[in-house]
Ligand binder design. Structure first.
Ligand code: BTN
Length: 273
């Protein structure tokens, strides 16, 4: 994939819905629709009902960026990668959760090219550097047809933030904070998309490679004492790998094995940290 800046984009069109000029950037197999400002890149892509698979929406800024569990995603202009990719994975429904693990692997590998130390993945898809959140994934359905579902993989990566609002200042980080210098956002985006294409191709051949790579990259995979918060319950345990559909196995204090399909997992702090 050639490394061109956004300014190299050959096409500039007017989006009738947002009345904001947007550019189309070709990065085969992806077509990137680049906007200056959007509410949420996921929402914009949902509205593009005729878009083919691997259409991407990127914005310099989101005014209503969303995270998992209805949290806001801090999306200040030019500071982060705010990217959504349209997918139609030919996967049985029970394996759809592998997509979110795949996206975390993609972000961790792309970040690894810039900052090799301290990268981790917290189940299922929070990308951390030195235990602070650097990237997150929000997978949403765009429509379910008779054949493969249309899904949107929303990816947010903190790149050039120098600081965060007080509510995030102890838990979030950016690559610029970790590396000590600003990053070229289009270059990072293109590198991430190259990695995305490679892993998406591997996903077509089954999920084993993704599970294996996720487990290599994540300190949460095996032997990590964690607290699990479900809608109506909280318990602790020690992680014991992933199932073949990407659920997290946990050994509880009573010796029981539990399988977590959805929920919030956090590191069990020892009391001294
Ligand atoms: C999370 O960790 O809570 C997921 C964060 C996902 C944020 C990205 S930014 C691009 C896309 N558009 C959104 O509104 N959200 C996702």
């Amino acid at each position: 994939m050639p490394e061109k800046s956004q300014a190299d984009s050959p096409e500039t069109i007017r989006n009738p819905q947002s009345a904001i000029r947007n550019q189309i950037i070709h990065r085969p197999p992806f077509i990137i629709h680049h906007f200056a400002t959007l509410g949420s890149t996921n929402d914009q892509l949902k509205q593009m009902t005729d878009a083919p698979e691997l259409t991407c929406v990127v914005a310099d800024e989101q005014t209503a960026g969303r995270g998992r569990r209805d949290r806001a995603w801090h999306s200040t202009p030019g500071d982060g990668l705010y990217l959504s990719v349209l997918l139609r994975p030919a996967l049985p429904s029970e394996k759809i959760p592998l997509l979110s693990l795949m996206c975390a692997v993609v972000v961790a590998e792309a970040v690894g090219g810039f900052h090799p130390a301290g990268i981790d993945i917290k189940w299922p898809n929070d990308v951390l550097v030195n235990e602070r959140k650097l990237g997150g994934i929000l997978i949403e359905g765009a429509s379910v047809g008779a054949d493969a579902p249309r899904l949107i993989a929303g990816i947010g990566v903190n790149l050039n933030h120098r600081s965060f609002p007080s509510e995030l200042s102890k838990t979030a980080t950016s690559l610029a904070i970790e590396c000590g210098h600003q990053l070229n956002l289009p270059e990072f985006r293109d590198q991430l998309l190259v990695t995305f294409a490679e892993w998406y191709e591997r996903l077509r051949h089954g999920g084993r490679l993704i599970i294996g790579r996720w487990q290599q990259l994540s300190s949460y995979a095996i032997g990590k004492p964690v607290v699990v918060t479900l809608d109506d319950e909280q318990f602790t345990g020690v992680t014991d790998g992933l199932t073949e559909t990407g659920a997290l196995r946990l050994r509880t204090a009573s010796g029981e094995t539990r399988t977590i399909i959805a929920g919030e997992v956090s590191r069990l702090r020892s009391g001294v940290d």
